[in-house]
Design a protein around this ligand. Sequence first.
Ligand SMILES: NC(=O)c1ccc[n+]([C@@H]2O[C@H](COP(=O)([O-])OP(=O)(O)OC[C@H]3O[C@@H](n4cnc5c(N)ncnc54)[C@H](OP(=O)(O)O)[C@@H]3O)[C@@H](O)[C@H]2O)c1
Length: 120
Amino acid sequence: MIVTYVPFESDLSGKVAVVTGANSGMGKQTACELARMGARVVLACRSTERGEAARREIAAATGSQEVSVMEVDLASLASVRSFAGSFGDRTQQLDVLVNNAAASLGTREVTPRDSSATGP
Ligand SMILES: NC(=O)c1ccc[n+]([C@@H]2O[C@H](COP(=O)([O-])OP(=O)(O)OC[C@H]3O[C@@H](n4cnc5c(N)ncnc54)[C@H](OP(=O)(O)O)[C@@H]3O)[C@@H](O)[C@H]2O)c1
């Protein structure tokens, strides 16, 4: 669901934004607003399928064709490095970084290899 409200007026044309965890919740809404303001927005998601669904929803809501999806699992530093490499191959420009993805875990979780997760 995309929430509609009086938009914040700002022109972000020509700006590049990355939003992590952009396929749901506050990340998706934030990405949507950045796209509405004209930014080129990368949805950094751990599931390309869920990211693509959000991209379609945001494109329909904003009319923006400048929203794309890149895969990254922030619980894996190898995945983060791979994302950074791919992003750097695409562009050297990054104007807005919204580090949104995370979860408040109810239990301790051990993630693979060189990764990190926090719990209470
Ligand atoms: N909502 C609140 O009341 C509240 C209050 C305080 C703080 N926060 C923080 O605000 C942020 C967003 O909250 P929200 O309620 O919008 O959360 P949400 O709806 O659960 O969305 C979290 C997003 O982060 C993604 N994500 C989780 N782990 C990831 C990982 N390892 N790699 C990549 N993506 C990952 C999820 O992807 P998947 O769909 O793949 O799971 C999802 O897209 C979170 O950091 C949350 O802890 C929220």
